[in-house]
Design a protein around this ligand. Sequence first.
Ligand SMILES: NC(=O)C1=CN([C@@H]2O[C@H](COP(=O)(O)OP(=O)(O)OC[C@H]3O[C@@H](n4cnc5c(N)ncnc54)[C@H](O)[C@@H]3O)[C@@H](O)[C@H]2O)[C@@H](O)CC1
Ligand SMILES: Nc1ncnc2c1ncn2[C@@H]1O[C@H](COP(=O)(O)OP(=O)(O)OP(=O)(O)O)[C@@H](O)[C@H]1O
Length: 373
Amino acid sequence: MAVCSGFGAVRGCLGGKRDTGLPGHGHPGGGRGCGCRRRRCRGALGRARALRAATGRSFKSSISAAYGTLSDGHGGCFAADACGTLFMSSQTSRYTGAPYFAAISALKVGADLSHVFSTQDAAPVIKSYSPELIVHPVLDSPSAVQDVEKWLPRLHALVVGPGLGRDDALLENVKGILEASKARGIPIVIDADGLWLVAQQPALIQGYQKAVLTPNHMEFSRLAEAVLGDPLDGRDRCRAVLSLSRALGNVTVVQKGEQDVISDGEQVLTCSQEGSGRRCGGQGDLLSGSLGILAHWALLAGPEKTNGSGPLLVAAFGACALTRQCARQAFQKHGRATTTTDMITELGPAFSRLFETSAGADGGVAPTGELRL
Ligand SMILES: NC(=O)C1=CN([C@@H]2O[C@H](COP(=O)(O)OP(=O)(O)OC[C@H]3O[C@@H](n4cnc5c(N)ncnc54)[C@H](O)[C@@H]3O)[C@@H](O)[C@H]2O)[C@@H](O)CC1
Ligand SMILES: Nc1ncnc2c1ncn2[C@@H]1O[C@H](COP(=O)(O)OP(=O)(O)OP(=O)(O)O)[C@@H](O)[C@H]1O
């Protein structure tokens, strides 16, 4: 209860969208590029001009194509393996909601199976929320790394961080799991306390281009300070996200906020899909869980199917659009009372409206965003 009321007090913000603390929701530098004269930047600007108008449409088709490689076209997956299995990590019984939200979101987007690796005390709590999740009570065991490693050959993506906590011994185990997963080339989404760990030790993820970081405003400042030596507060968000991604060796970064800003160090996109003014604790977990499975699909589909853009950029854009569409649909029904559980109920219809239905037909909507750099 304390957690819920705490989030309500700090985060509930009906009707008045929360100030991210960063000026430039309208992106003061948007469209003008970052002013950098390096060749890579000029190339990116050229692509921006050519592609900007078509972002929403092309990303819709990219996600549909990535999804289409794995589905029978009717929302069902034809190959158990291809639909993906996810690994989530969570720690204490304090934050059991977060891994549940992420893991169930992955299932509802289309994963076959969703595994949660948690501490012993958190496992029965998480399991009691849902018979659909497979929960392993191993994360605080002395053999945690080996216990999880055994499962890695069967997992297609990892989501690390929601509800993880910041206990040193546990984070040591998570480091070992990250190293083992990188060695296998598994895509890794890092959120929440996983970002805390990366801010302490950026080398953990440096140069691993199958990683996606999903920081909120606060988490982004910590990362920017750790990696660039500057929290980058109050500057052009597009440039800040591009800089962080490049400094990490083209790790994809999604800075969440009133608009979500996404970069893989080559391109910068914003997702401005209409969401809701309600920011309830847990919607970031819905985003990271969905992104885990979209990342797996997009990497399988490859750049030919994602219109030449980086697959993880496409996956991140898709997950942001999906989260916001869920927020919108849930808010239309529940208004002020909307919670993440209501958003999760909307995952199926929102996915279908965004990626399986033509815009304008039967309620189909186009993902809304812009290529910025
Ligand atoms: N039901 C649950 O079990 C939930 C648990 N959660 C977990 O709770 C743990 C702590 O997460 P915190 O997010 O509190 O992390 P932090 O301890 O890093 O706190 C971040 C702080 O920044 C604030 N903040 C975030 N975005 C902001 C913005 N745009 N402008 C100004 N302030 C902003 C937050 O409200 C919070 O007070 C994580 O493990 C997380 O996964 C959350 O995922 C939410 C739901
Ligand atoms: N100011 C805002 N206005 C509208 N939508 C927002 C705003 N801030 C965040 N969102 C939406 O909520 C999603 C999650 O971002 P948020 O900042 O809530 O993450 P978080 O703090 O990590 O979440 P969690 O509470 O699960 O930890 C974003 O992708 C975006 O769609």
